[in-house]
Design a protein around this ligand. Structure first.
Ligand code: PMV
Length: 341
């Protein structure tokens, strides 16, 4: 039974990968498995309204303003999901969205926005069918919008991609593996230093594609599997040293793949490297277990236990903020996934 008008509102967070997804095949299938911390405060809040219509269509608003520039991405998302949720053919959608972080901060909103939108879709679906909201399906649909978005539905720790040792992990959706997360990681912090807020020079879509012909692809994909096995052990036993070694190596490897693809490119900025050197010097000097990771961009994510919040804040204020655009940074922490609002 189709109802004339339906609506749902959901919020979904961003996530930060520890073992990186870089390279894909087929319809949004990862070349290697990845694992991420779900974040808490960097979120997208979306209201989806569906009105019964003769023809499928949509409009999208960011902060109340129509955003035709977002249409192509949403268009291809709807095309990919239509066979899994065929009822959407009969509705016109209004997507109203807002982010808790500045839109042009260099923080990708694709993970949080695709996760929030997909949660709304499965919510409407459950209203139509009278069944429970299916977060696993939300993750599956989010993957079709933006690969890493499938890791933003649940928390605190999510694996995406089939991997021998993670029972139940799949290339099709993210799986929450936080059950055995060690206490030291339960309240982990992620402070994002905004080195460069500009538009990326090379999109992640292009970056993934360049892995197809990459000279080091095979070794890299193999390495991601062994790093996933090893980092899970660290995350479950509370091995901070092991965690830091794998996390930082993964970040540098991601960027090494960019620098060694054809065409090659560099997304780090001089200030990215200055921050990394400061973090290394600080860790050596104080023993505080703070480390960095990077996304496909110049910004630096600083990861550390909540117990060290004050001293890390000191370090940022006294030394690291000067490397950020307008001295801006965002304090976030590990969180628990998408929720209805
Ligand atoms: O989800 P995409 O296609 O934007 O790819 C994101 C890839 C990285 O952020 C660089 C790594 C990851 O696993 O999130």
């Amino acid at each position: 039974t189709l109802v004339d008008q339906l609506s749902a509102s959901w919020q979904a967070p961003s996530n930060i990968a520890l073992v990186k997804y870089w390279g894909k095949h087929g319809v949004q299938l990862p070349a290697n498995p990845s694992i991420s911390f779900t974040l808490s405060d960097c979120k997208t809040i979306t209201t989806l309204t569906a009105i019964k219509a003769v023809k499928h269509g949509f409009e999208i608003k960011l902060d109340g303003k129509l955003k035709p520039s977002f249409a192509p991405k949403i268009e291809s998302y709807f095309k990919r999901i239509i066979s899994y949720s065929p009822w959407i053919k009969e509705y016109y959608f209004t997507i109203e969205t807002t982010n808790t972080f500045p839109h042009s901060s260099g923080i990708a909103s694709s993970a949080s926005s695709m996760a929030a939108l997909s949660s709304c879709i499965v919510d409407l679906e459950s209203q139509l069918t009278g069944t429970d909201i299916d977060l696993k399906k939300a993750s599956f649909l989010a993957r079709l919008g933006s690969g890493s978005a499938c890791r933003s539905l649940e928390g605190k720790l999510v694996v995406w991609g089939s991997h021998d040792e993670t029972s139940g992990s799949s290339d099709l959706f993210g799986v929450d593996v936080s059950q055995s997360l060690h206490a030291v990681f339960q309240d982990y912090q992620d402070t994002i230093l905004l080195v460069d807020k500009g538009e990326k020079t090379v999109s992640s879509t292009v970056g993934h594609e360049l892995m197809n012909e990459h000279a080091f692809a095979k070794a890299r994909f193999h390495q991601a599997h062994s790093n996933l096995t090893a980092i899970k052990e660290c995350l479950y036993t509370g091995d901070l040293d092991g965690f830091i070694k794998i996390t930082e190596s993964e970040a540098l490897t991601l960027h090494a793949m960019m620098m060694t693809s054809h065409p090659y490119f560099i997304l780090m900025k001089p200030n990215t490297l200055s921050i990394i050197e400061e973090i290394w010097a600080y860790r050596k000097e104080t023993g505080v277990p703070v480390c960095f990771t990077l996304d496909a961009g110049a910004n630096v994510h600083m990861l550390y236990p909540a117990a060290h919040k004050d001293t890390v804040e000191q370090l940022i204020k006294s030394k690291l903020a000067q490397y950020c655009q307008n001295e801006q940074y965002i304090c976030d922490a590990i969180g628990s996934g998408a929720t209805a609002v």
